[in-house]
Design a binder for this molecule. Structure first.
Ligand code: THG
Length: 262
């Protein structure tokens, strides 16, 4: 599974104040800790409290690029903040994210093409978050056909069914899992699927247990990528074990150790 570390997010108090005070070392340590724990890419989110997301995004990208060459996922609901990060990216990045609204697609798909970035499409529209699988599939189809028409390769598209907290949307968990499988039925196998894993346990007790249980189930439904906390070793080990069972990792004795040494 392609792991995008979630910890550089202004919603965390330590990161929020490091952004405000322009404290590079806190951000760079957070980046390196996640990479050393196995992150393939890093999500960069200024947080809801940022009063200057355009400046903060560019600063975060530059500071993180001083310590790692891993791809960065520019996470903002504001296209101007995403473009500000794209302008200073050294490597192929990820736009996180467009919704299925034409206003967003018309800005972000051309940006992804211009900057040769991957793109995460979330199945949200102006009507809000979908309430069932059919609505998720309809919004997925909107995003897929817009990208195809625009000549944006589906290989560079990740679709996100929007994982909700289990304590507010328990009845939707199976719809979300089945959406992960069915997105590829609509678009073909080159399309990738992604979730923001920690959403599932927000406000709940036993967060790590809920996170890793959902991660293993989603792996079985074919999930390709997740934004998650890579410092949660039990979670990372559960995902590796799930991929072993799913025949996506070669078995050998002491496979966990062998995997980590790769
Ligand atoms: N899809 C996509 N992008 C996303 C999400 C998604 N980006 C943001 C988010 N969801 C994924 N990242 C996080 C990061 C942190 C948490 C959840 C998801 C989290 N934070 C603690 C909380 O809210 O309780 C903060 C705890 C603290 O303040 O210390 O749970 O779904 N494409």
């Amino acid at each position: 599974m392609y792991i995008i570390g979630e910890l550089i997010n202004g919603m965390y108090a330590n990161i929020g104040s490091a952004i405000k005070e322009k404290n590079k070392s806190v951000i760079q340590k957070c980046a390196l800790d996640q990479v050393n724990a196995g992150a393939d890419a890093l999500d960069i989110n200024c947080g809801p409290a940022s009063s200057q997301p355009v400046l903060d995004m560019a600063w975060l990208v530059e500071v993180v690029q001083e310590v790692t060459v891993k791809p960065l996922s520019l996470d903002s609901s504001k296209p101007v903040a995403i473009e500000s990060g794209l302008k200073v990216l050294k490597n192929k990045g990820i736009i996180n994210s467009t919704t299925a609204d034409s206003g967003k697609l018309e800005i972000l798909v051309p940006l992804a093409k211009k900057y040769n970035a991957k793109l995460i499409g979330i199945t949200i529209s102006a009507k809000g978050i979908p309430q069932n699988k059919d609505q998720r599939l309809e919004l997925a189809a909107t995003i897929i056909s817009f990208c195809s028409d625009a000549g944006f390769s589906l290989e560079d598209l990740f679709l996100d069914p929007i994982l909700m907290p289990v304590n507010v949307a328990q009845a939707q968990m199976m719809d979300i899992l089945e959406s992960i499988r069915e997105f590829k039925v609509i678009a073909g196998p080159s399309l990738k699927t992604i979730i923001g894993l920690s959403n599932v346990s927000q406000g709940a007790h036993q967060r790590p247990l809920i996170n890793r249980t959902f991660a293993v189930m989603a792996a079985a439904y074919g999930l390709d990528a997740a934004i998650l906390n890579p410092l949660d070793k039990d979670l990372m080990d559960a995902i590796i074990s799930a991929e072993l069972i799913l025949n996506k990792q070669i078995y050998c004795d002491a496979y966990l150790d062998a995997y980590r040494k790769k």
